[in-house]
Design a protein around this ligand. Structure first.
Ligand code: GLV
Length: 374
């Protein structure tokens, strides 16, 4: 019996299978020569350090090229590393664009350890027959918890109060007017984007006896029945809500969705929370809104540029709570995300339909039996 895995120098030409693959996508015809080494494990490049469970799983089926470092690879290194791999395990910080896809001639599947996939040129990947898998679902509750942590912290000035104590400024034991914040219980929560995470945020609002308004591109009648949430325009949400929490993906339509005009519509006592993507909010306008008191406070986990510039005006403001893009960062959830990404990659390489396929159109471009390597 052939061993499952052999060293490259043990390969003979008989072990190489070459075939011409043809397919069409959006009326264009494509043709490429595909070479695969029979009997060898497929190669997967893991761009940076991930929870061990993901690596262990990949190692059962793949030759893992693990870049065991915390930061993302520099672009040049990334482009070089993907040249001869069958799969990439990446994170939201690596751009999987046309340039990269063109360099990765053997690429069959990209697994991103994230729910967002705005860093991936999905249309181009699809046109090249590359499967893209991601991690929806497993991080929903963790991100919703974090949105609430920011909401409560911003409303009740938790970070500001903590800093006050640490800096020795707490000199009067209790004072009727000290550190006044905003009530949450019984107020109005506006949710922009009622997908999985928006829904989980709305569900928590029930415990705070809040009225919840939501906007989404489609009406969510099931959620309306289950949670008693009310569909409203973005304008109405901004005008009526005491808290506005953003849960939309970053797309050309949502970029800059909340700018100066929208911030000026909000209540002076309102709190804005963003755990979605930084560019959905115009950050300069938000800094101005917080400084000039158009709104009361904000809680932000995401930024237009990450890490944020050290001279960003937001850093000088007390009425904003900042966290470094950690909304899904719990031990359990990050393990599940790594596992799910690895599972998705393995499924595609086994020629099985993965549960979390971002680009189902790819099935028509390059059927699963043509990506199978395991
Ligand atoms: C985090 O932002 C994610 O997309 O998973």
């Amino acid at each position: 019996m052939k061993p499952f895995r052999r060293e490259p120098n043990e390969l003979t030409s008989k072990d190489r299978e070459t075939k011409i693959v043809e397919f069409s996508f959006r009326e264009l015809r494509f043709k490429y020569v595909e070479e695969r080494n029979i009997g060898m494990k497929p190669t997967v490049y893991v761009t940076r350090r991930i929870p061990e469970v993901g690596i262990k799983l990949l190692e059962e089926y793949c030759e893992v090229r693990y870049r065991d470092e915390v930061p993302s690879p520099p672009r040049d290194e990334l482009l070089k590393a993907v040249e001869d791999v069958d799969a990439i395990f990446c994170t939201l910080n690596e751009r999987i664009d046309k340039e990269l896809i063109d360099r990765a001639k053997k690429l069959r599947v990209v697994g991103t350890m994230s729910v967002g996939y705005d860093h991936i040129d999905l249309e181009y990947a699809t046109s090249k027959g590359i499967y893209v898998v991601y991690t929806p679902g497993v991080l929903t509750e963790t991100v919703a918890d974090h949105a609430w942590a920011l909401l409560l912290a911003a409303a009740r000035r938790v970070v500001e109060a903590d800093n006050m104590i640490r800096s020795g400024e707490w000199t009067i034991p209790w004072a009727p007017t000290m550190m006044l914040g905003h009530d949450v219980y019984g107020k109005v929560l506006g949710i922009i984007g009622l997908g999985r995470i928006g829904y989980a945020v709305a569900k928590r609002a029930k415990g705070f006896n809040m009225r919840v308004l939501y906007y989404d591109v489609v009406r969510r009648e099931q959620a309306e029945k289950e949670l008693g949430v009310e569909y409203a325009s973005i304008e109405r949400i901004l005008k009526e809500s005491d808290f506005v929490s953003i849960h939309v993906p970053l797309t050309p339509e949502t970029r800059g969705l909340i700018g100066e005009k929208e911030l000026r519509m909000m209540k002076k006592t309102a709190v804005l929370v963003n755990t979605a993507r930084g560019p959905v909010v115009d950050q300069k306008a938000l800094a101005k809104a917080l400084e000039e008191g158009w709104i009361a406070a904000a809680g932000l986990d995401v930024f237009e540029k990450e890490p944020i510039d050290p001279d960003d005006p937001l850093l000088k403001l007390k009425n904003v709570v900042l966290t470094p893009h950690i909304a899904s960062a719990s031990h359990d959830t990050r393990n599940k995300m790594a596992e799910l990404t690895a599972e998705g990659i393995i499924k595609v390489l086994k020629g099985e339909r993965p549960d979390n396929l971002c680009n189902p159109d790819v099935l028509k471009v390059r059927p699963l039996d043509q990506v199978k390597l395991i």
